[in-house]
Design a protein around this ligand. Structure first.
Ligand code: ZN
Length: 139
């Protein structure tokens, strides 16, 4: 069985963003040489997500508004976690809603997506260096 590991680094200049990382994950699959297997992609931080959905700007705007309704950034004082001196309680909640990781099948050396599926990095507390892990196993 082959095994391949790669980290992607991000330094998003804004607090929140959605970034399509499908090309980087496809590149990792090529580098792995795996033709049949599984590809795990996970955020390595508890204030960021990796998720699969449509690459459609209206939908991303809807996600942003929906998440802000569920877990508004402000007022900072509404969250117990922020009593630690942090201001990112909302980012932890948003990360939990949008998920930590995705697993995609690899078939014939390609990510075996359903229609319109793309992989996104969801940043909820940016302006610092953060990582995504790609782990690929198979033959
Ligand atoms: Zn925190």
């Amino acid at each position: 069985m082959k095994s391949y590991r790669k980290e992607l680094w991000f330094n998003v200049p804004t607090r929140r963003a959605f970034i399509n990382i499908t090309p980087q994950v496809e590149e990792a699959v090529r580098e792995s040489g795996v033709k049949e297997g599984l590809c795990l992609v996970n955020a390595m931080h508890i204030t960021a997500s990796v998720f699969i959905n449509d690459d459609e700007p209206g939908l991303h705007h809807d996600f942003e508004e929906w998440l802000e309704q569920l877990a508004p950034h402000e007022p900072i004082s509404r969250y117990r976690h922020n009593l630690t001196g942090e201001d990112n309680a909302d980012a932890h909640l948003k990360r939990t809603i949008m998920g930590r990781e995705v697993v995609v099948a690899i078939t014939n050396g390609k990510l075996d997506f359903g229609p319109w599926e793309q992989i996104f990095y969801g940043e909820f507390d940016g302006r610092r260096r953060k990582r995504v892990l790609i782990k690929i196993i198979g033959e």
